[in-house]
Design a protein. Structure first.
Length: 569
């Protein structure tokens, strides 16, 4: 997947060796920390540990992580590919359908210089960029606002504390037992599977810093626009931050702080600006998707002990995170109060899903859980730094150098950190299903679409293949699985019927032209699902179809791509 032939790699031995090597590297790194005594060395260690987990997971793969076993992954890559091919970022890979997360497709296309080939080469590295970006965002975003006195090495928001926060947030947000739960491992299912959603985590400290730094109307408007950007990235994260800001204003008013009037005004303006700026996107969601409609499957799973997912399941991280949030709030500075109320707001949103479940509207439960877990883990870093300082005082060493204090915390955290226990072969079904390469006949078909057809061409046919046609072939589809059915769903299926029947070639071509369809792709499963079933040979005899490519696998499965042509040609 990253350009190295790993077909003969002993994956089990590789993963076992990686778990043995990690603690030795960690101990050596912490030993050097006691000599270097710089917080940037501790931060760099956290970044490299995330890179280590990413590399261990990705190196054995012969395809992009989860490309195939996860419809989310295929669809997300597809959403980027069609934009990189030159299509509108406001539409999905299902032609004519409004996009539900347009920012990510535009960002990936821009970074890839609008090259579908380059998207496929770069996409494996976006998870690493997001994991490292989140850690760096916490480290730099949680600095005291401009104008505040710089913190001492052992003070609140010191570089040492922020380095621990960055490491805890990324490396301790998941636990060894997560893989057996309903929602599974947050680190893998956020950074590896959905880097588009992980971008929201990267923006969180930036938004909080902007709110903490507000001095007047310009600051309020700027913070509101930043929050609106988070909405375009992932609207659920924007809503979580908005709830946290409301909690911030409510707690400030309730505690009768001197800054209460200012806090309430700032939050009101920030949320108002955000709502005005993000309203076109919310309108897109309301028009294009059943985002606000009840659905029987939008309920909490019976096997999920909902309130325990953020408490008992994470064990000591919950208690340490709660302590860290309390410590941040009691500091009295605005940044600390904002952070603490974000943690509280996230927990309230999670509790509120009990009501949403009763209304059959509990959407994106996994993303809300992961958001809460990351915030709790980051707060645990604050709590750990505070308790380490208290422990030094209890032991009669109140002036213990911060490097020793940070090293002690990190040493205790190493056995709980992700690379120490992470075994994707046992804990991640997406990993095991991503070790074989993409089937050759599927690769040939999608290579043909990407290299031999026009980016404006739309394909009809097998809706299951369509997602691969978009993800690997960078071509939009008439219909595809994993996306919401369009409002003209019946008309689109009628196009398929006309193309397959051959009863009226002119009518078939006219119906296909409305959507820009230039190719028909069929597979054995798709042909057998027709009523009556259709065979490949009968399609080859139709006047409006010309076989452009036929590719098969050893089992006899095939992918046939037909070009639509006028009968008189």
């Amino acid at each position: 997947m990253i350009g190295v032939d790993v077909a003969r790699l002993d994956v089990t031995a590789f993963l076992a060796a990686a778990r043995v090597l990690y603690p030795m590297l960690g101990l050596a790194w912490l030993a050097l920390l006691l000599k270097i005594k710089k917080p940037w060395w501790l931060l760099l260690g956290a970044l490299l540990a995330n890179g280590y987990a990413w590399g261990v997971t990705n190196y054995p793969l012969q395809r992009l992580y989860a490309l195939g076993p996860s419809r989310d992954r295929v669809s997300n890559v597809a959403l980027c590919q069609v934009v990189a091919a030159g299509n509108s970022p406001l539409q999905t890979w299902q032609v004519g359908q409004l996009h539900f997360e347009p920012f990510w497709g535009l960002l990936v296309a821009a970074v890839s210089a609008w090259s579908p080939e380059r998207v496929l080469a770069l996409y494996p590295f976006f998870p690493l960029v997001m994991a490292v970006g989140f850690a760096l965002s916490l480290y730099y975003g949680l600095r005291p606002p401009p104008g505040a006195a710089p913190p001492g090495e052992a003070a609140a928001w010191s570089p040492w504390e922020r380095a621990l926060v960055a490491g805890f947030a990324t490396l301790l947000s998941s636990s060894p037992l997560d893989f057996a739960g309903v929602y599974r491992v947050p680190w893998a299912l956020t950074f590896l599977l959905k880097p588009n959603h992980a971008l929201g985590l990267v923006l969180l400290p930036v938004v909080l810093r902007a709110v903490a730094s507000i001095k007047g109307w310009a600051g309020r408007i700027g913070a509101g626009l930043l929050l609106h950007l988070l909405g375009w990235v992932f609207v659920i994260h924007m809503m979580c931050v908005a709830v946290g800001l409301v909690v911030f204003a409510a707690v400030s008013s309730w505690s009768r702080r001197e800054e209460a009037r200012r806090d309430v005004l700032d939050v009101a303006v920030v949320l108002g600006v955000n709502l005005l700026a993000v309203s076109p996107y919310l309108l897109m969601l309301a028009i294009g998707y059943p985002a606000f409609r009840p659905a029987p499957h939008m309920v909490i799973a019976a096997s999920s002990a909902h309130l325990l997912e953020i408490t008992a399941r994470v064990g000591w991280i919950f208690w340490l995170g709660a302590w860290g949030a309390a410590v941040a709030y009691r500091r009295g500075d605005r940044l600390g109060r904002l952070w603490a109320t974000q943690v509280l707001g996230a927990a309230l949103v999670w509790v509120g899903y009990l009501l949403l479940s009763a209304l059959q509207m509990a959407r994106e439960r996994d993303d809300v859980l992961y958001w809460t877990r990351f915030l709790l883990a980051a707060s645990a870093g604050i709590g750990a730094w505070d308790l380490a300082g208290r422990a030094a005082g209890w032991l009669g060493r109140p002036s213990l150098p911060p490097a020793y204090r940070a090293a002690a915390v990190a040493l205790l955290a190493v056995p709980w950190s992700l690379p120490y226990w992470w075994d994707p072969a046992r804990m991640d079904s997406y990993f095991t299903q991503s070790t074989p390469p993409i089937p050759e006949h599927l690769r040939r078909a999608t290579d043909f679409l990407r290299r031999e057809t026009d980016p404006r061409d739309v394909i009809a046919g097998d809706p299951d293949f369509a997602r691969y046609a978009a993800a690997l072939g960078a071509r939009r589809a008439l219909l595809g699985v994993s996306l919401h059915a369009p409002k003209d769903d019946i008309e689109r299926w009628r196009v398929h019927e006309l193309l397959l029947s051959g009863s009226d070639s002119q009518a078939a071509l006219a119906a296909a032209q409305q959507y820009g369809v230039r190719y028909l792709v069929v597979t054995p499963t798709f042909l057998a699902s027709q009523d009556p079933p259709v065979d490949l040979e009968s399609l080859r005899r139709l006047a409006h179809l010309r076989l452009a490519l036929l590719t098969t696998d050893p089992a006899g499965n095939f992918i046939a791509i037909f070009r639509l042509v006028r009968p008189d040609r």
